[in-house]
Design a protein around this ligand. Structure first.
Ligand SMILES: *Cc1c(COP(=O)(O)O)cnc(C)c1O
Length: 501
């Protein structure tokens, strides 16, 4: 029920028509169009009406709101007609931050994307033969070169550094038990993300049968990716073996029946089991799979294409490590350690991958030209050994000293008596579920601002344009410049100077 006083207030509100005829507001139609202006005026008036109805506005407050209607309509238009998805500055020190879009793309990937996506392309056209082609060819050739027979190695280097190539898959000694008739060649297909890759692989290799997985690997990865749920959707039955902390190869062996289709290992991602633990080694799993004629699949999650030991990160096997060890099929993400666009990659035995390609699910999970363009350019950077052009790899390689120097330069740019700045030691994390126990030493800018709580300062930084996302810890805002592009340091300094005026 409206009170009499409220009815009075409602009468003071203009109609939508009256509002858009106010000259200063009517003028907005020329740049934004009448339809958008009308919609904005309607939305703003509805909000004021709601505030009156809920008793939030008394007479004086309503008059103030009415005076501000022009600004409110303009602000509404700016938001409605602007992009919602926009760049932010990541000062969290988490390199692969799922909430912040994971891997930023390399310049070459952006250029290739712009060049091919704004025009027609040979996505599925064989230009030479003049007939229909396959969209996979654009990246499969590069994966072959990186994982099979290429001149590249998993060593990290710049294009100029001459590191002798490691033996490639075709050169390595054949694991025992692999029959010579089996294809020795690794092929790769691309789907929408790694969750889709796992779904497609399980459905192709194990629908109607059983998949054996260790209880210690039945993980949930952020964004509700749960191995048991994906397994159920794939039509395969999960056969759990071992215990949370210990699973031996004999546990897998004892669970094999005529219904078994696949042995599966899952990277535990952002979760670790320490203490009294045991896990079957990859070599033991490979030997068991070969012996029983079953495929062995590994969901690597992050899936590095380079040896991360070069970054001081241990215990994170690369895609090539797994394939070399004899794993038949490996699934991994395109936008985690690989540093490319969102994608799910399935690399492995050509005969198994060919079965996945002809599964009708593959058609439903396939990726578009934007993804192929960005992925092709990213893979080319690996082939050319130009690792520093890939932002995620470059961020991992930044030294603490380098980051400390940038922090000092940034701190010197802000002259405000209200800001208290200290440079302290800290740790950056890789994120994206990779190497959960590996951290990278870094230098942090620790800030507090007189008259503002750390949370309020962080909120003001988020309200900057572009928004700046930093960590809040123990009453201070912490900036890790490892994940900030060097040309953004001055933007951070300017935002801080403005906030602490
Ligand atoms: C991240 C991750 C996934 C999910 O990958 P998306 O590309 O996000 O779909 C699956 N498995 C593991 C082990 C992961 O780390």
């Amino acid at each position: 029920m409206k009170s009499a006083a409220q009815s009075e207030l409602f009468r003071e509100l203009p109609s939508v028509d009256e509002l858009i005829r106010v000259p200063s507001i009517a003028a907005l139609a020329s740049s934004h169009g009448t339809a958008a202006l009308t919609a904005a005026a309607r939305a703003v008036l509805a909000r004021v009406r709601e505030e009156v109805a809920s008793g939030l506005l008394d007479g004086a407050a309503l008059r103030l709101a009415l005076d501000g209607l022009g600004n409110a309509v303009e602000e509404h238009l700016r938001r409605a007609l602007g992009h919602s998805l926009r760049p932010v500055i990541n000062a969290t020190g988490v390199i692969l931050h799922t909430n912040l879009g994971r891997a930023p793309l390399a310049e070459s990937a952006l250029a290739h994307l712009c060049e091919t996506a704004g025009q027609f392309s040979n996505l599925e056209f064989d230009v030479e033969a003049g007939e229909r082609g396959k969209r996979d060819v654009h990246v499969d050739r590069l994966f072959r070169s990186l994982l099979n027979d290429g001149p590249t190695s998993t060593h990290v280097g710049t294009a100029a550094s001459a590191v002798p190539p490691e033996p490639t898959l075709s050169e390595r000694s054949e694991p025992k038990g692999r029959s010579p008739a089996e294809p020795n060649c690794v092929s790769t297909i691309v789907v929408n993300n790694n969750a889709a890759a796992v779904l497609l692989a399980l459905n192709t290799l194990a629908e109607g049968g059983e998949v054996i997985v260790s209880r210690g690997e039945l993980v949930e990865i952020g964004g509700s990716f749960r191995i048991p749920d994906v397994m159920a959707k794939s039509g395969a039955t999960l056969r759990e073996v071992g215990t949370t902390n210990r699973t031996r190869v004999t546990d897998y062996e004892n669970a094999i029946t005529e219904r078994t289709r696949l042995l599966l290992r899952v990277h535990r991602s952002n979760f670790e089991i320490t203490g009294f633990t045991e896990q079957a080694s990859t070599a033991e799993m490979v030997a068991l799979a070969r012996d029983r004629g079953l495929p062995l699949m590994e969901d690597l999650g992050s899936g590095a294409l380079v040896d991360l030991q070069n970054f001081g990160i241990t215990g994170e096997p690369s895609v090539l490590d797994s394939l070399r060890a004899g794993v038949d099929v490996v699934t991994y993400s395109g936008d985690k350690l690989l540093g490319g666009p969102q994608a799910g990659l399935i690399s492995g035995r050509a005969d198994l991958v060919a079965r996945m390609r002809s599964n009708s699910l593959f058609r439903a999970l396939r990726v578009d030209k934007l993804t192929y363009a960005a992925l092709e350019a990213t893979l080319l950077a690996y082939v050319k050994r130009d690792h520093d052009s890939i932002p995620t790899l470059q961020m991992m390689r930044r030294t603490k000293e380098e980051i400390g120097k940038r922090a000092e330069t940034l701190a010197a740019q802000i002259r405000s008596s209200k800001l208290n700045i200290e440079i302290i030691d800290g740790e950056s994390v890789i994120g994206g579920g990779a190497a959960p126990s590996s951290v990278l030493p870094t230098c942090l800018l620790a800030l507090s601002c007189d008259g503002l709580s750390a949370d309020a300062l962080a909120a003001q930084l988020r309200a900057s344009d572009p928004p700046i996302i930093a960590r809040v810890e123990q009453g201070r805002v912490l900036f890790d410049l490892r994940t900030v592009f060097a040309d953004q340091d001055s933007m951070v300094a300017a935002a801080l100077a403005r906030i602490a005026q």
